[in-house]
Every structure is written in structure tokens, then in C-alpha cells.
Design a protein around this ligand. Structure first.
Ligand SMILES: *Cc1c(COP(=O)(O)O)cnc(C)c1O
Length: 416
């Protein structure tokens, strides 16, 4: 059986050769972009020595912010281990930009699950956006997964202060929005209401294309360092990038008004953040090639995938529709079995904080929950879609896919 699987994988790789080459070229361009930013700000060994206490005058921290801003084509950036997760980073960004009486409008449909509680409900007593008297509206996507402009235009009003765009599909069967499409959205939004601020949830998007949303007009973007830009090395943290005013507003939420990014001891985190950023374009390229292989293999076996192997990509996520829970579980368990870390544990569904359905996850990672590393998650709900992402090396992703296919074949879900 393994021989047949290897043959199937080799055939898929041959078919995908041109796509792999394109992804290699993109990773190369992004690698050079990052190196040039390091050079521009004369990054040196001493920048890796973290500060303690208040962290005043931490030159490594200041230069890291400058390097990020340059890479993202933004006026400013704030890159900190004190951002506990992507959700925390996005929360700081939104609370920074919005005030009671203002409204937030998401035009890309329901945002990522963990943000539902950040948005909250009026009077929910949790200190959510709505609890603080910030209004929330949402324009659902059209059935084709496009922005519903008729609806969006109706929802933009005098109170609309921030418009939210989610680049990545998250746990949704929709296309992710490429940077080009995000640029078109921003132009359209600003034509309707020039003074509105556009926030982009950039999680999973960094370095999957040559441009970032800040280069097509986003006022503020946010992401997690245990995803793409941490390059698999950053142990924790998040970043925001955008206009100087917007980044400062988010920094005032992270620490305190008036203090912002001027304090915050970096302890021992700087080297991994710098080196992770240096590696990120390559790692993202490896992960993307793995996702393309996954799509190609499962399409060949008759499963629906999104994106399909030859479609454009703007995030790390590969969705595969399994249609029944046993197949989904077998897939996720196969990914876990291929890990270097925790290969011996068998993942099972659990009620994860912040998620509305039980979630099963394969996460044999060096960084807990690090999803630039090969991982697969699936909320246990119809139609049983697995979301696979990451892989620091292409060979690891390939092994994961082979182990999953082997399990699916053993259970007669696929015929080998
Ligand atoms: C991962 C993710 C988040 C939240 O990040 P956490 O680190 O899981 O809190 C938000 N939005 C999108 C699109 C994501 O992929």
C-alpha cells in the first residue's frame, strides 16, 4: 500500500512542478525583501540582547519594529512577545481604534471564531467591544464568497469608524481574499467613506504573496508570531503594522495610554523573533508547497478541496471536505502521527476555549499551537472539513499526507 501511495505522491509532484517553481520564486523575492530590511537598519548581534525591567531604550526592540514596518511597507509596526496570541493582538488593534459610540463593520462575513467574544454583546459584562458601547455590524458574504457591496454600503453609516477585513478563510469554506482583492475593497470603501479606517486581520497571510495589505491601503493589520512571520522560531507574540497613529493606538491598549511601545522588556525573545522573520519567507514557501500537494492528492482521490491545487493562494490554509466524521478524524490523526513531536499521542475532539464546536487538532509542534508548523484542525460539524496548515519543511508535510492516506486506505475510505 505504501508503494502505491508513494507513486501517487510522485505523480502529483510531477504535475505540480510549475506551481512549485512559482512558489519558490515568490519565497525568494520575499527572502530578499526581508534581508534588505535587516541591512537597511544595520541589524547587529547586539540587537538580540533583550532588556529587563521596563525595557527602556531597548534598541533591539526598536529596530525590530522598524524592520517589520519596512517589510510590510508600513509607516510603523509594533512587534511584541507581550501580545499573547493573534486574538489578543487583534483585540488591542480594535480597542485601540474604536471608542464608545463608534461602529465596527466587518465586510467579509463572520470573523474568526475567537473574535466573537471580543466583539461580544451589549451589556454582556465581559468588557467586550459591544459591552463598552461600540457598535458592531457585519455584511455576510454572497453565496459565491464575495463581499456583498449592496449590503455593505447600506451598513456604512455616520458611526462607522473601522471596517474589518479578514484575509484568510479561517474555519470557513470560502476563498481567502488576495492582497489585490483587498486593495480593491479598500479603494471602494474609501470612496464611500474616506475617513473610515480599514483594519485587516492578516493572520496566516504573511509572505504568501509578494505584497501585504498595508501596501494596498490598509490602515492597520495584525497577526500572530506563532503563525507565518515568526518563522517557526518565535516562541510567542504578535505584531501590528500600519499608519503611525493606528499603531500607537494599538500600543496604548497593549500597555497603557501614554506608554505604548516605549516600555516592555523583551527578555530573551529577540533573537528568535529576528531569526524567525529571516526564515519566514522560506518556511511559508515550504508550507505552501505542502498545501498544494495536499490539494492535488485529495482532488485526485475525489475529495473537494479549497483552494484547489492550481488556484491562487493568499494564506496557509488548505481545506479538504471529508463529508463524514471518521474520515476527518483519520486524516487529522495521520497528520499527528507524522510529527517529530508528540507523534505517539492520538488527537481527539475537545471543547477548546473560544470555539463554539468541539475541535480536533493535530499539533505535534515545537511551539505549543504553532501553526506555521504542520497542523490540522477541524471543528466537528457538517460537512466535516479539515483545515490543514503549515509545515516547516515540505518533506514533513508530504510524510503527514502519506500517513493520513494510509489510515484512510486502511479504513476503506479510499481505495489504494
Ligand atoms: C489564528 C487566527 C486568529 C486568532 O489567532 P490566535 O493566535 O489563535 O488567537 C484570528 N484570525 C485568523 C484569520 C486566524 O487565522
Amino acid at each position: 500500500m505504501m508503494d502505491n501511495l508513494m507513486k501517487l505522491a510522485r505523480e502529483a509532484e510531477d504535475r505540480m512542478e510549475p506551481r512549485f517553481k512559482e512558489l519558490d520564486r515568490m519565497a525568494e523575492d520575499n527572502q530578499w525583501k526581508v534581508i534588505r530590511a535587516f541591512q537597511k537598519f544595520r541589524v547587529s548581534d547586539f540587537h538580540f540582547n533583550g532588556s529587563t525591567g521596563y525595557g527602556y531604550n531597548d534598541r533591539g526592540r526598536e529596530v525590530l519594529d522598524l524592520v517589520y514596518a519596512d517589510v510590510f511597507g508600513a509607516e510603523a509596526a509594533l512587534v511584541r512577545p507581550h501580545f499573547a496570541s493573534g486574538t489578543h493582538t487583534i483585540s488591542c488593534a480594535l480597542f485601540g481604534l474604536l471608542r464608545p459610540g463608534d461602529e465596527l463593520l466587518y465586510v467579509t462575513g463572520r470573523p474568526y471564531d475567537t473574535l466573537h467574544k471580543v466583539i461580544g454583546k451589549p451589556g454582556d459584562g465581559t468588557g467586550s467591544l459591544q459591552d463598552f458601547g461600540i457598535g458592531y455590524r457585519e455584511a455576510a458574504l454572497t453565496p459565491e464568497g464575495e463581499v456583498d457591496w449592496e449590503q455593505a454600503e447600506r451598513l456604512i453609516g455616520p458611526q462607522t469608524k473601522v471596517i474589518g477585513i479578514q484575509r484568510s478563510r479561517g474555519y470557513d469554506w470560502r476563498a481567502s481574499f488576495t492582497v489585490e482583492r483587498i486593495g480593491e475593497m479598500i479603494r471602494r470603501i474609501k470612496a464611500i467613506k474616506p475617513d473610515v479606517l480599514v483594519f485587516v486581520d492578516n493572520c496566516y497571510g504573511e509572505f504568501t504573496e509578494r505584497l501585504e495589505p498595508t501596501q494596498v491601503g490598509a490602515d492597520l493589520i495584525a497577526g500572530s508570531l506563532i503563525k507565518n512571520p515568526g518563522g517557526g522560531l518565535a516562541a510567542t507574540g504578535g505584531y501590528v503594522a500600519g499608519t503611525a497613529a493606528a499603531v500607537q493606538a494599538a500600543s496604548y491598549r497593549l500597555t497603557a495610554p501614554g506608554i505604548g511601545g516605549e516600555v516592555g522588556a523583551m527578555l530573551d525573545t529577540l533573537r528568535a523573533m529576528y531569526q524567525g522573520l529571516f526564515l519566514a519567507p522560506h518556511m511559508v514557501g515550504q508550507a505552501l508547497k505542502g498545501s498544494v500537494l495536499a490539494a492535488g492528492l485529495f482532488e485526485r482521490l475525489g475529495f473537494e478541496t479549497s483552494p484547489r491545487w492550481d488556484e491562487p493562494r493568499t494564506d496557509l490554509i488548505q481545506a479538504i471536505r471529508f463529508g463524514r466524521p471518521e474520515a476527518l478524524t483519520a486524516f487529522v490523526q495521520g497528520i499527528q502521527a507524522a510529527a517529530a513531536v508528540d507523534s505517539h499521542v492520538v488527537p481527539e475532539a475537545w471543547d477548546m476555549p473560544g470555539y463554539e464546536h468541539p475541535v480536533i487538532m493535530a499539533a505535534g509542534s515545537f511551539i505549543q499551537g504553532g501553526s506555521l508548523e504542520l497542523s490540522a484542525d477541524a471543528p466537528i460539524r457538517e460537512p466535516y472539513i479539515a483545515y490543514m496548515q503549515g509545515g516547516l519543511t515540505y518533506a514533513h508535510v508530504k510524510l503527514g499526507l502519506l500517513q493520513s492516506l494510509e489510515r484512510l486506505a486502511k479504513q476503506d475510505i479510499i481505495v489504494m
